[in-house]
Design a protein around this ligand. Structure first.
Ligand SMILES: C[S@@+](CC[C@H](N)C(=O)[O-])C[C@H]1O[C@@H](n2cnc3c(N)ncnc32)[C@H](O)[C@@H]1O
Length: 339
């Protein structure tokens, strides 16, 4: 053995774990294991519900893997859902994540088997309806986005907005490009004097109406349907919220001038996007999930400071930035005031 000191091999072990975790999660969704564990907890009974064609040895190994990932608890031959499993893996749960994971993986994994080929030969092209700017793409994602927002992002977003000094006296809020609108609705629900406007593409607004009904907030939420590059954004907003959605703005400075004009003089614009650093190589939690899209020519990520610069150029006098995550990768928080 030579005396060379090598760097730690630990990153390799982490990398090797990724696909195994994903395969266990996908099998859990496919077998609806969490649903079964709500009716049966003994290994033999779980095997019976699954109508296995073999002995339950493989089922045991699989359940043990779910235990190792924190989805299931084990005691002897008994298995039961953890809190995580019960909420996110059971199909009747309002925050069931099966559809969301499928939707996200379809986007984030689709070119991973052909990275070398794409690097050599160029982008493969984007299938119709898969363009990030397409209405159909977002229509298909609304239900899954609702799950993601309900599962925690809406609470985090509302906590943040609630901490603004303007919140207590605000009467009108715009959830700009809000998708199903659960975030804006949570902000409105917490403040009896606040009414909300949900703005998004027409197809998304059609579907979001159902979410507003589900939340029982029809009387306090109104809608603007259209492309934010063209549609009248309305006026008199004390708070405008925008998260992970300003990628399709065509002329940013002109757009933020329109946003500014839609606000009251003491209004506040607050947004969260990724904010890449170090020559677009960090944070890894943003760069890697977006690789597949970037390889097919859909590299839409903002760099840190980019949105703040546009806001300054659009005439916002006070622009502050910080870090904030809504749960899916690190984010840059930007808060802009007219004066
Ligand atoms: C990634 S989702 C973000 C939704 C929500 N703000 C969130 O953080 O969960 C992007 C949203 O931007 C909307 N969007 C895309 N292009 C748009 C446009 N030109 N005008 C208005 N909304 C648009 C999509 O319909 C979708 O709801």
């Amino acid at each position: 053995m030579n005396n060379e000191h090598y760097p730690s091999i630990n990153p390799l072990y982490d990398i090797l774990l990724g696909p195994i975790k994903m395969a266990v999660l996908e099998a859990a969704f496919e077998l609806k294991i969490a649903d079964i564990l709500e009716q049966a907890t003994e290994l033999a009974d779980i095997a019976r519900v699954l109508d296995l064609k073999t002995d339950p040895a493989g089922l045991g190994f699989f359940l043990d893997s779910m235990v190792s990932m924190g989805f299931v608890e084990k005691s002897g031959t008994q298995y039961k859902n953890t809190d995580f499993g019960k909420h996110f893996l059971c199909t009747p749960s309002p925050v069931y994540m099966g559809g969301f994971v499928k939707n996200i993986t379809a986007m984030q994994y689709r070119n991973l088997g052909s990275i070398a080929h794409i690097v050599r030969n160029g982008p493969p092209g984007v299938a119709p309806g898969q363009e990030l700017s397409s209405e159909v793409k977002w229509e298909n994602a609304v239900a899954h986005l609702a799950g993601y927002q309900r599962a925690g992002a809406a609470r985090l977003a509302a906590d943040l907005v609630e901490s603004l000094p303007e919140y207590a006296t605000a009467t009108r809020l715009l959830d700009l490009g809000g998708g199903p609108g659960i975030m804006g609705m949570e902000m409105v629900r917490r403040h009896s004097g606040l009414s909300g406007v949900l703005m998004d593409l027409p197809g998304i607004i059609r579907l979001a109406g159902k979410e507003v009904k589900k939340e029982g907030l029809e009387s306090r939420i109104s809608f603007i349907a259209g492309d934010y590059n063209e549609v009248d954004l309305g006026e008199g907003y004390d708070i405008i919220w925008a998260s992970h959605n300003l990628y399709y703005v065509k002329e940013p400075v002109a757009f933020f001038r329109r946003v500014k004009a839609a606000m009251t003089p003491s209004g506040v614009f607050i947004c969260i996007h990724e904010g890449l650093t170090e020559e677009r190589t960090q944070p890894m939690s943003v760069v890697l999930p977006r690789l597949s899209l970037a390889l097919e020519g859909q590299d839409v990520s903002f760099e840190k400071g980019q949105i703040a610069t546009f806001l300054g150029e659009a005439g916002f006098e006070r622009v502050e930035t910080g870090s904030f995550s809504l749960g899916m990768g690190e984010g840059e928080l930007v808060i802009a005031r007219k004066k």
